[in-house]
Design a protein around this ligand. Structure first.
Ligand code: UVW
Length: 312
């Protein structure tokens, strides 16, 4: 499409890679349709030893947010044993609540999170995401039971022999092919691809500014065709912006988000922790596992916090 006569490169890529209509005109979950019952049953067989590796952040005041419109979780005790003191049978209990941005830490973006030209995935108009209500279409609540599948880690810094990819490094389809060959694994339809940049190290080191702003490594527009061709169900990243940042697409801010979410219908994840998983996979040479990351069924939400787990 054009704006004041301008053709946007990423809109053209979006047209080519579009999945609109592929699973019906009313579909709201896009590539998560590729997580079939057969896929889940096969993925379950990858849990061979029961070893669990946590891929998520803690949801607490020490989260990655450093100002701006998203806040770290505010956890409050609404009821403690002090409130139940003196009950005749000695019972004690506790309750709590949390206030947080759904996008504030390890998270999924739903297909109502980002679009362009007035539309979200599958032709859902921008008006479907309403002030005071939320996403009346493409909400995360429709998606979350599909986020159990075969997980595959592609470790790009390991391929390149570094701890963390350089600032603004663009992960290409050639990198993805080389990582598969080096690791002896093939990404298959319906997989949740876990793509490591090493960026999470900055968060672990306490450098929130480096982790959450400025030039960042990630995939660019070119890699989107690879994700579409391989028919992955979801793509989780260990960085903050998901994509190579800043983009080289002139005049755009997050074009890879726009095409991935709006056109391909790809559920994307951010701020996943792949550090322990990367060490474990390098040790045992096994880069596939049962991935669980269902998130929260929050009605009308445009995303969800998640505590994803890899089970080997
Ligand atoms: C935006 O900031 C719009 O997106 P994300 O949180 O997915 O990076």
């Amino acid at each position: 499409m054009t704006e004041a006569g301008k053709t946007w490169a990423h809109h053209e890529v979006g047209k080519k890679l579009s999945n609109w209509g592929r699973w019906g005109d009313d579909d709201e979950i896009g590539t998560l349709n590729l997580v079939t019952p057969e896929k889940v049953a096969a993925a379950a067989l990858l849990a061979r030893t029961g070893k669990r590796i946590d891929l998520g952040m803690a949801f607490d005041k020490n989260g990655p947010q450093d100002g701006g419109f998203r806040i770290n979780p505010v956890h409050t005790m609404t009821w403690t044993p002090l409130d139940t003191a003196g009950l005749p049978d000695g019972m004690i209990s506790a309750d709590d609540m949390i206030v947080m941005g759904l996008q504030c830490a390890t998270q999924w973006d739903s297909l109502a999170h980002v679009g362009y030209d007035g539309y979200f995935y599958n032709g859902v108009p921008s008006t479907a995401v309403r002030p005071g209500i939320g996403a009346t279409k493409n909400s995360f609540a429709t998606a979350n039971d599909h986020l159990i599948s075969r997980g595959v880690l592609l470790d790009i810094p390991r391929l390149k022999g570094v701890d963390v990819l350089p600032d603004s490094y663009e992960i290409t389809s050639a990198d993805l092919n080389e990582a598969e060959a080096a690791q002896g694994v093939t990404v298959q339809p319906g997989d949740v691809l876990c793509l490591r940049t090493g960026w999470y190290k900055y968060f672990l080191d306490g450098d929130k500014s480096k982790f959450g702003s400025g030039p960042e490594a990630g995939p660019g527009l070119e890699a989107l065709e690879w994700f579409r061709d391989r028919d992955i169900a979801a793509l989780a990243m260990d960085n903050w912006a998901f994509e190579r940042y800043p983009t080289v697409v002139e005049g755009s801010v997050i074009p890879v988000h726009q095409v991935a979410i709006r056109d391909i219908g790809l559920t994307i994840g951010e701020m996943f922790n792949f550090e322990d998983l990367a060490v474990d996979c390098a040790q045992d040479g096994v880069y596939e596992y049962l991935f669980t990351g269902t998130g929260l069924k929050i009605s009308y939400s445009v995303g969800s916090p998640v505590t994803p787990i890899a089970i080997k």
